[in-house]
Design a protein around this ligand. Structure first.
Ligand code: PEP
Ligand code: MG
Length: 572
């Protein structure tokens, strides 16, 4: 939110055209492409100068003036909430609630009682609360923007100024701001605001939530936006997370048209997963609990669950949940897909997912330590009790339940796991996350009924690069031809054995890469439910032969960028 948060009160930065021709990068939040002239939120009130204390006799009236202003702001926001629907209305109501928050009003009126004029009191009370919210972090920190917005509206009201906010554009425009107040974003008209780019804000902030709901392409956390002239033409790509200043107009317009085609295709995709010429590739969802599974079943066309990360259901537990409780939790997930298949992964504890009841002690290098299937040896009975619970939930459910172990590195581990699962009537598979498992997939397949490639870890271990490391993101790219070569080898072994080989890492959520994976012979793709339609519709737009040619081109490339480019040329 521009405004008195920047202490000089300046809003419009007219820094000239330094940004022209440049591509600025940020966090991609809402996919889609928007092109048009920039608009910025209107000026916010300057920070009031703190004058002398008010005489004691004027303080009650000043307090009333402040309370009336806060009340007027709250009522206006509530009235606006009644004009919009869904998350927009909720956000407006929550913001209106801040203007009548007892704590904030109490802090401000106490300051007036002590002699502060209303405007200073509103500002100082906001500073106090903002400091606390910022310290708390997370969702509370994101409320600082809302609180500063309320402060600005109350001050504008006290001064008799028009309410600050986003101007109504006269032509389709791109809204550019330091940050946006939820009260502004909630009432945006998507036909006039075709994209949003902000300097601040995160993927879970209010701007992102509302942009998502309104379907406005959005990128947040973009450095350099202040240098863009107001009115300059920009192209915002909400999938790539980029803002291009003054792009070539013809190219920008075709990017918009292409994105619109993809949007329509995605919105109308209802499954089942298959290429245009009918080659089946199951499109499934990754979930972590019952509510997530139900949301995937109701909100996406996923045919089932390709990865149920059971450890995520227990991350907050000190003690291992009993078999009965586990059974209940698994059953909830199975019941979300009574006709579908659900692949349950046994606890993948350790490394980036430490669990208190399956702790592995201090290790110098946890990603290469006792994690995933390896914890079974240190915790006798843990795996067996989980398999018992999965088997009992499976017996009570109509879903087709399969079970797989994470982080398998040897044929012996796969054989041991398969025997334990089969002894309980379960269909066993293992994850391929370690290059050793990909290289010996043929021998592992002698023991299990399916494989599921975890490209997140397979990439980390193939490239010897921590998946959490931002500076190594270029290495932990699943388009690395070395990773694709291991996927190809595993899929080919699966085809020879007549057994399914899925992918359940983030790679499956990249529509272009999903087509390449299908071309490599992968038989199912599992991803966050929100990515299901984009992947499913991308597959439906291409033929298997195109996927195979794109896969070969990617395998033949020397680096991920070339792999991506060559595949895109064939698939688009
Ligand atoms: C993977 O490694 O790709 C995977 C799906 O497992 P996780 O991300 O849970 O480690
Ligand atoms: Mg993994």
């Amino acid at each position: 939110m521009d405004g008195i948060g920047s202490e000089d009160g300046s809003v419009q930065v007219e820094a000239g055209a330094q940004a022209e021709g440049r591509v600025l990068a940020g966090t991609a939040v809402v996919p889609g492409v928007g092109y048009g002239p920039t608009i910025r939120p209107g000026e916010r009130p300057r920070r009031p100068a703190r004058g002398a204390d008010l005489p004691a006799e004027d303080r009650p009236a000043e307090k009333q003036r402040f309370l009336d202003a806060a009340d007027a702001v709250s009522s206006r926001l509530l009235a606006r909430a009644n004009e919009v629907k869904g998350a927009g209305a909720e956000v407006l109501r929550a913001t209106a609630g801040l203007a009548t928050d007892r704590g904030w009003l109490g802090a401000a009126t106490a300051l007036v009682d002590a002699g502060a004029p209303a405007e200073s009191a509103a500002t100082d009370a906001t500073d106090q609360f903002a400091a606390v919210f910022t310290k708390l972090g997370g969702l509370m920190a994101e409320r600082v923007t809302d609180l500063k917005d309320i402060r600005d509206r109350v001050i504008a009201e006290l001064r008799g100024m028009p309410e600050p906010g986003v101007p109504t554009p006269t032509e389709p425009s791109v809204l550019v701001a330091r940050d946006l107040a939820p009260a502004d974003t909630a009432v945006l008209d998507p036909t006039l605001v075709v994209a949003i780019a902000t300097t601040l804000g995160g993927p879970t902030g209010h701007t992102s939530i509302i942009a998502r709901q309104l379907g406005i392409p959005c990128v947040v956390g973009v450095a350099g936006l202040d240098d863009i002239d107001s009115g300059a033409q920009v192209l915002v790509d909400g999938s790539a997370g980029t803002v291009e200043v003054d792009p070539e107009p013809g190219r920008a317009r075709s990017a918009v048209a292409r994105a619109e085609e993809v949007r329509q295709r995605t919105a109308s995709w209802t499954g089942p997963g298959r290429t245009r010429d009918g080659h089946p590739v199951a499109v499934l969802a990754n979930v972590q609990d019952g509510p997530g599974a139900r949301a995937a079943a109701e909100g996406s066309a996923a045919a089932g669950v390709g990865l149920f990360r059971t450890e995520l259901a227990f991350l907050d537990r000190d003690a291992e949940p009993g078999v009965e409780e586990q059974t209940r939790i698994y059953r909830e997930v199975f019941d979300a897909f009574p006709e579908g298949k659900v692949v349950v992964r046994t606890l993948d504890a350790g490394s980036d997912k430490p669990m208190r009841f399956a702790a592995t002690g201090d290790e110098p290098n946890p990603a290469l330590g006792v994690r995933g299937y390896r914890i079974a040896a240190d915790h006798p009975g843990l795996l067996e009790r989980q398999l018992d619970a999965i088997a009992s939930a499976a017996r009570e459910s109509t879903a087709t339940v399969l079970v797989m172990a994470p982080m398998i590195a040897t044929v012996a581990e796969a054989a041991e796991f398969a025997a334990a699962a089969r002894a309980r009537g379960l269909v066993p598979g293992v994850m391929v996350e370690v290059p050793a498992a990909a290289l010996l997939a043929d021998r592992i397949l002698e023991h299990v009924d399916f494989l599921s490639i975890g490209t997140n870890d397979l990439t980390q271990y193939t490239m010897a690069a921590d998946r959490m490391s931002a500076p190594l993101a270029g290495l932990t790219d699943p388009w690395q031809p070395a990773v694709l070569a291991l996927v190809a080898r595993t899929a080919a072994d699966g085809a020879r054995a007549g057994k399914g080989v899925g992918v359940c890492g983030e790679a499956a959520a990249d529509p272009l890469l999903a087509c390449v994976l299908a071309g490599l012979g992968v038989t199912s793709l599992s991803m966050a439910a929100s990515a299901v339609a984009a992947t499913g519709s991308a597959l439906a737009a291409v033929d298997l032969d195109q996927c195979r040619r794109a896969a070969q081109a990617a395998l033949d490339a020397a680096d991920p960028a070339t792999a991506r480019e060559r595949a895109a040329e064939i698939l688009r």
